[in-house]
Design a protein around this ligand. Structure first.
Ligand code: FDA
Length: 402
């Protein structure tokens, strides 16, 4: 029958295409349903159009979840090397950019074409663009109501992703299906997102838009049971509305509203000790000393924001004042007003509570035949190819199990 399948995968993104290909190549009759007009837009725009498709170092320590061990099984059964083998089989030229991050040399389109070819190899049937109105349990499995008619299937894999970038088709369908079948949700919030600042204390930094430098950034506490702290050394970028760059995207996933992030703008140097040590020999003005180490506009902004006169001579400054300046540079604690939200977030934190899912198969413990994979699940990776690796690994885990 044209509308009967062993498996329906809802969402033809990274996780959904991988899952459909694996299930179909394993002999299942698979239908892949997506409401978007264009296939896998998130892969297309990822990594600046070159798709950071995995990270060779990916391990459970690179993921945030209420249940940090949940991702271990899938990640160890389908590794970055496994995905790389597929990329090599399709002769997609690639390179390592930074800390194990693998990118296409040419275009993210090649990853989409590869996944599509893998689906075609298994004979996956496509329903796209096709809206899903709902999923119902039937005696033999599930009925999916779509605007192209009803689909009757043995199993359903929900791969509709998170809430990030609604303008390219993100919806909450996955969370609604989970709630309908009595699965719990972990509260969602934007992750890997620029942070915003406003108010008088931020005014001196508004003109610094465009300045970039390598920093250390931290938030929360990484010590103790259940600790949720993060610490990264990456590039920071001043923007018109606040802070961005890899350092900020990484820390945003750990940041809790109302709490500070702490920046070390000169991680190689104890600024207070260095300035005090230089007092006897250095004749320069304070502003000129700092511009040896920091971009000039940033040095000026920091001095103004902390009430220092850039023209004061270093030799005339009290040690206590230099210690305060050192703190402002090595331990700059600032409370973001908010974030750029789902409009700009690369990922959605939270999602389907992993306590209700099998870590081997991704199937719901309470509903035989219902699976959740990819970003819909409460597993969120760091910046750097980790999120796609979770999409591939969880997709394969479900694809082999359905
Ligand atoms: P994904 O979002 O890929 O797919 C979900 C699919 O479900 C979509 O095709 C959507 O149309 C469909 N869908 C949603 N609602 C539906 C509904 N109601 N009915 C039918 N279909 C529906 N990660 C990484 O590792 N390396 C990188 O370089 C980047 N870069 C990057 C850049 C930008 C700008 C963003 C926004 C994100 C990234 N990411 C990334 C993150 C990465 O894109 C993301 O984690 C994965 O795409 C998640 O894969 P999923 O398959 O779970 O969702």
């Amino acid at each position: 029958m044209a509308n009967q399948f062993d498996v329906a995968v809802i969402g033809a993104g990274a996780a959904g295409m991988m899952c459909a290909a694996v299930a179909a190549q394993g002999g299942k009759r698979v239908v892949l349903v997506d409401h978007a007009a264009k296939l896998a837009e998130k892969i297309r725009i990822s990594g600046g159009g070159r798709c950071n498709f995995t990270n060779v170092n990916a391990g459970p320590q690179h993921y945030l979840s209420n249940n940090p061990h949940f991702c271990r099984s899938a990640l160890s059964r389908y590794t970055a090397q496994d995905f790389l083998a597929l990329v090599k089989k399709y002769r997609i030229a690639h390179h390592e950019k930074h800390r194990g991050q693998l990118f296409c040399n040419d275009s993210a389109e090649q990853i989409i074409a590869m996944l599509r070819a893998e689906c075609d190899l298994g004979g996956v049937e496509w329903r796209m663009p096709c809206k899903v109105a709902g999923v119902r349990k039937t005696d033999g499995g599930f009925a999916i109501d779509t605007d192209a008619g009803e689909l009757l299937v043995g199993s359903v894999v929900v791969a509709t992703g998170g809430l990030s970038i609604p303008k390219i088709g993100a919806t909450d369908l996955g969370y609604r299906i989970a709630t309908q079948f009595d699965l719990k949700l972990i509260e969602t919030r934007p992750g890997l997102v620029p942070l915003t600042f406003d108010g008088p204390s931020w005014e001196p930094f508004v003109p610094l838009a465009g300045i970039a430098l390598e920093v250390e950034v931290s938030t929360g506490s990484s010590k103790g049971k259940g600790a949720r702290g993060g610490h990264f050394r990456e590039d920071l970028l001043f923007t018109h509305r606040g802070l961005s760059g890899p350092a900020i995207l990484q820390i945003s996933s750990y940041w809790q509203p109302g709490t500070p992030i702490v920046l070390n703008l000169l991680p190689e140097m104890d600024v207070a000790d260095t300035l005090i040590g230089l007092k006897k020999t250095e004749k320069k003005q304070l502003g000129n000393v700092l511009t040896q180490w920091l971009p000039a506009r940033l040095a000026e902004g920091l001095l103004a924001a902390n009430g220092f006169d850039a023209t004061a001579r270093l030799a005339d400054m009290a040690d206590a004042k230099l210690r305060a300046l050192g703190d402002a540079i090595n331990r700059w604690a600032i409370v973001p007003t908010g974030s750029e939200g789902y409009r700009k977030a690369e990922v959605t934190l939270g999602g389907v509570d992993t306590k209700g899912l099998s870590q081997q198969t991704m199937m719901a413990n309470n509903v035989t035949g219902l699976y959740f994979i990819g970003e819909t699940v409460d597993v969120t990776g760091w910046l750097g190819g980790y999120n796609f690796q979770w999409a591939w690994a969880s997709g394969v885990a479900a694809g082999l199990a359905v």
